[in-house]
Design a protein around this ligand. Structure first.
Ligand code: KIV
Ligand code: NA
Length: 265
């Protein structure tokens, strides 16, 4: 099968075909996700939580992200690989962001993801102009958990929703091709999605009206011991294998039946 590219993802959005993203951190699972039909593998800094046992993603380093990106890249061929830029690796200057993004691209990423709204626009433009595709991330941004005061739904008020919408437009204009929206009311995420021209939205706890969905692998297969978020469906329930669970996730996202109302805000 032909590798998924930025062009493929743009065409999927234009055709109304859902983009299926899932986190992956190693070669064996990258191969499994590939054979189950996952379009985009996110090497998320959630590896701090699910692999390292950290309470937040803040301790994750560039070295960790490079290592896991290399592991994933060796394990698969078709999926588009997105790597998270860890806390502190892109906040100082656009030059610092470019330096660290280049390390992730050299490790096998085809796009980098960074958290933040309109204030990240200059950094995103700097990266995109230099050949680094960017996925933005708004709503609940876990690297800002200390500023946000916990892991809670964002954009619930009219002012909050308006800010998400303005952020999304600024990020699209800066050149971001994808944007994760995390823990945002489904109605708000749908409205943001419809207000964009070309940037594809990927929801996690953001309703079914996004252009695609993402989950953390360990939540999907029910092995994460922490408290389960409302949006984190365990697809192993009723499945006989991890392959079957991931395949069901892929099918349910494509069919628009995941997330269901009970996974949304
Ligand atoms: O790190 C991660 O897994 C993420 C997803 C939850 C979007 O950023
Ligand atoms: Na992340």
């Amino acid at each position: 099968q032909k590798p998924v590219t930025l062009t493929t993802l743009g065409k999927m959005r234009a055709d109304g075909e859902k983009i299926v993203m899932l986190t992956g951190y190693d070669a064996s699972f990258a191969a499994l996700l590939e054979r189950c039909g996952v379009d985009v593998i996110l090497v998320g800094d959630s590896l701090g939580n699910v692999l390292q046992g950290q309470k937040t993603t803040l301790p994750v380093t560039m070295e960790h992200m490079v290592y896991h990106t290399e592991c994933v890249a060796r394990g698969c061929h078709r999926p588009f690989i997105v790597a998270d830029m860890p806390f502190g690796s892109y906040h100082e200057t656009p030059e610092q962001a470019m330096h660290n993004a280049a390390r992730l691209m050299a490790a096998g990423a085809q796009m980098v993801k960074l958290e933040g709204g309109a204030f990240m626009a200059d950094t995103i433009r700097f990266l995109v102009e230099r050949g680094v595709p960017v996925c933005a991330h708004i709503g609940l941004t876990p690297q800002s958990v200390n500023q946000l005061g916990g892991y809670r739904v964002q954009g619930r008020t009219d002012a909050g929703a308006a800010r998400l919408k303005a952020d999304a437009i600024a990020l699209e204009q800066a050149g971001a091709a994808l944007m994760v929206m995390e823990m945002v009311p489904a109605a708000v995420a749908g409205e943001v999605t419809r207000s964009l021209q070309s940037m594809a939205t990927i929801g996690i706890g953001a309703g079914a009206d996004c252009d695609g969905q993402v989950l953390v692998l360990h939540d999907l297969i029910g092995v994460f011991p922490g408290r389960k978020a409302r949006f984190a469906k365990n697809f192993m329930e009723g499945a006989h294998s991890i392959d079957e669970a991931v395949t069901r996730y892929v099918e349910d996202v494509r069919a628009g039946v995941f997330p269901a109302p009970e996974h949304c805000y």
